[in-house]
Every structure is written in C-alpha cells, then in structure tokens.
Design a protein around this ligand. Structure first.
Ligand code: PD2
Ligand code: ZN
Length: 277
C-alpha cells in the first residue's frame, strides 16, 4: 500500500514538474515573439530585471514605433486623428490575453451617483488593467507612446480599459466627458481618448462620429451621416472631448456600431486635465 502511495506521489510530481517546464517554455517563446516584434535593436529580454521597465534610453524610437506609426488627420473640428500601425500585432494579442480572464459586463456612469451601472446603451464586456499590469514594460511602452502622440502626460491617463464586443453588441453614441460632479474629483475632466483596435476580421463595429463631417458611411451595416472608422487590428483613433477653449465639446459625440459578425476587441485610454493619482 505504502509502495503504491509512493508511486502515486512520484507520478504526480512528475506530471506537475513536466507541466511547469512546458508552461515556462511557452512563456519564453511568447517573450521571444515580443522581442522580435520590437525589432533587433530593442530586447524585452534585456529589459527583464529592470524593475518597472521605465528605462528606454536611446531605444525610444523603437518604443514609439517610429517609421511604423502613420498619423492621418481625418477630421479637424472636432479633431480626430487615425494612427495606422499604432500597436504591433503582439501588443494587441498581449492586451487581449491579459484581459480575457477578467472580463465583466460593461457599465455606464449614473449621472446621479457617479457610479457604474449596467445599461442597454453599452452591451460589451470589459476590464481595467490593474496597477500591477501597468508595471509591465510592454504596458509602460504603450502608455508612454499614447502620451507622446497625444501630448498629454502619462500621469493624466486613466487605467487602460480593454473591451470585447460579440455579435450584436454595441456602444450607443455618447460623450466621454463627465456630466456628473463625482468623477471630476480625481484628475478633472476627460480631455481626450485614444481608442485602440485589437482584433481583425470584424464585420460592423465601426467607431461612429455623427457630428464629424457631412459624408455618409456604414455603421453596423446601416448608412449614416458622419464619420465612421473601421476597426483594424493595431490602428488607433485619437479624439478630443475638450475644445481649445477648455470647454467640453458636444461634437465629440461618438459610438461603437453594432458588431455584425466576428469579435471586436478594443482598448480605451481616457486622458484627464490633471494627474489622476
Ligand atoms: O470600443 C469602442 O468602439 C468604443 C466606442 C466608443 C469605446 C468607447 N466609445 C469608449 O470606451 O468610450
Ligand atoms: Zn466613448
């Protein structure tokens, strides 16, 4: 009996050890892929051990994806800029992977209490990156890139929110600025939003600006007046909720059109007037 128990423990330990080795190898392979996506000049593996990964040195051009990111002004008033190739494919996959286990039904702000409540206005699932996630070099790189391209300090950024929209899910037109007094306490009003697309192969799911331009475009399969941005993996759209006069701009109205097929993943970074912490 004792021999049987002993053999059982040995088999179990072997299983656990082999499992851990396979897991570690898979993680190494993932890190190597990330290294490759940043190019030969910059190595995440080299940065491991530098706590917080805040050191970029003369690798800043790699972190900023200079030569890959292409800005295109798609509307002047309100200002909307589309950044092609803003994120690498691996950064998109990374954001989706860390978000997936933590997704919960999305909420909107209740104007009376300032708290998040479930609503038909927004039917996606989402999660906010934790302060621990924000210490990963890859996340710090993305946050720094957003700050540089938007010219708003990193400290003014809220935590990134990752969203998933399945078939028929949407986010009806809304403003990102607050209309309640509660949310203004930490960091003041929202000034701008960087909306990053993390997946391909979506039908519908455009980001729609009804008050930008007078052209026609397709929003979730319907023809509408305004400007529609198609979700393309790696691209990002930057728009301002506040005009140059420091007032909230009602023309920043925007929504996420209905997803007709596939899954749309996006990540939102809202930026405030002042530091958020
Ligand atoms: O995910 C979107 O497409 C979307 C559209 C409009 C997200 C937001 N707004 C947002 O997070 O504010
Ligand atoms: Zn929004």
């Amino acid at each position: 009996m004792a021999a049987f128990a002993m053999r059982f423990v040995v088999v179990l330990l072997t299983f656990v050890t082999v499992g851990m080795i396979i897991g570690a190898l898979m993680q190494l392979e993932f890190i190597k892929k990330l290294d490759d996506s940043y190019g030969a000049k910059f190595s995440l593996t080299r940065l491991r051990g530098l706590r917080g990964g805040a050191y970029w040195g003369d690798q800043e051009d790699v972190m900023l994806r200079i030569g890959y990111v292409k800005p295109e002004v798609i509307n002047w008033s309100p200002r909307i800029i589309l950044f092609h190739n803003f994120l690498s494919a691996e950064e998109c996959d990374y954001l989706r992977a860390i978000a997936k286990p933590h997704l919960v039904v999305s909420t909107v702000v209740d104007m009376k209490t300032g708290k998040g409540v479930k609503s038909k206005v927004r039917t996606s699932s989402g999660m906010f990156l934790s302060s621990r996630d924000r210490k990963y070099p890859i996340i710090q790189g993305i946050e720094k890139r957003i700050s540089v391209y938007s010219q708003i300090p990193v400290e003014n950024g809220e935590r990134i929110q990752v969203l998933r929209y399945e078939k028929n899910q949407l986010y009806r037109p809304h403003h990102d600025y607050f209309s309640d007094p509660f949310n203004l306490k930490f960091g003041g009003q929202r000034v701008a939003t960087m909306l990053m697309y993390l997946s391909d192969g979506v039908e519908g799911g455009e980001t729609y600006f009804p008050k930008a331009g007078s052209g026609q475009c397709s929003c979730g399969g319907r023809t509408v007046t305004g400007l529609c941005v198609k979700p393309i993996k790696g691209s990002a759209v930057l728009f301002w909720s506040m005009g140059l006069d420091g007032q909230s701009d009602p023309r920043s109205l925007h929504g996420g059109c209905e997803v007709l097929s596939g899954e749309k993943w996006s990540a939102t970074k809202w930026m405030r007037q002042n530091a958020t912490s």
